[in-house]
Design a protein around this ligand. Structure first.
Ligand SMILES: [Fe+2]
Length: 247
């Protein structure tokens, strides 16, 4: 079943108003942020500063790791759910994922090569990586829009919120702690205040207290004082930065 643009717009608006479970929204906010910051960092990297070059290469490789993991999460959990009740709908996006994995391999190789180059060759390679990464980011921005409209429309029509939460829970259970912390660092600061409070309020109920506090410690430096005040107030924590340990 395919949706028209108008049907997807209406369904998205109705689902937003109804507070439907959204499998894509949070992680895609994280990916948009980490991709954009990485691209800008590569653009700023000084080819005459070996530390800058090493850092830029490592940052690209870390982004590629996150992107590979994300593709696998969608392939292994979201697409099977879509195909189970809306056969054929995820085929185009699944095909795009294959292209993304090829792009990721090329970008990773280019990033790893930086430390082996010098002079004009390094300057040129760094700029080429910046341009190639910009196209990768652009393609992913377009791709994520398709997922958040077409795929979400299919999921909202075919599944209840409880079923969608079960799919999300099964996916999240496979994420190692280190990767989860990285996702939290990029996702939570980019959510709006009510979304952020909902995620952390849920985590406070389910996660061990040291884990909850570790997430707060990672996220707090990336929040504005205003956003931290909203979060700490919502969670009933001291609003003064640096008092997270007093939880
Ligand atoms: Fe995707």
């Amino acid at each position: 079943m395919k949706f028209t643009q108008q049907e997807m717009k209406q369904l998205a608006e109705a689902s937003q108003a109804a507070g439907r479970e959204d499998l894509y929204a949070g992680i895609h906010k994280a990916l948009r942020a980490v991709m954009a910051e990485c691209l800008l960092a590569v653009g700023r990297a000084d080819p005459t500063d070996p530390q800058d070059v090493t850092d830029a290469g490592a940052r690209v490789c870390a982004l590629m790791d996150l992107c590979v993991s994300h593709v696998h999460h969608e392939n292994n959990f979201v697409h099977p759910a879509i195909e189970a009740r809306t056969p054929g709908l995820s085929a185009d996006v699944a095909h795009e994922h294959l292209g993304h994995l090829e792009q990721i391999a090329r970008l990773r190789a280019a990033a790893r090569q930086l430390d082996t180059l010098q002079g004009a060759a390094l300057t040129s390679a760094l700029h080429t990586l910046y341009l190639d990464l910009s196209l990768f980011v652009a393609e992913n921005l377009r791709h994520m829009h398709v997922e958040e409209t077409e795929h979400n429309a299919a999921l909202w029509c075919a599944y209840t919120d409880d079923e969608l939460r079960a799919i999300h829970g099964a996916l999240v259970a496979t994420i190692p702690p280190g990767e989860m912390m990285l996702v939290m660092r990029w996702m939570l600061p980019q959510m709006n205040a009510p979304e952020r409070l909902a995620v952390l309020g849920g985590m406070r109920q389910e996660a061990p207290e040291p884990v909850f506090r570790a997430v707060l410690d990672v996220v707090q430096p990336h929040l504005s004082p205003r956003d931290w005040a909203k979060l700490s107030g919502g969670l009933g924590l001291p609003a003064v930065p640096g008092l997270v340990d007093a939880v």
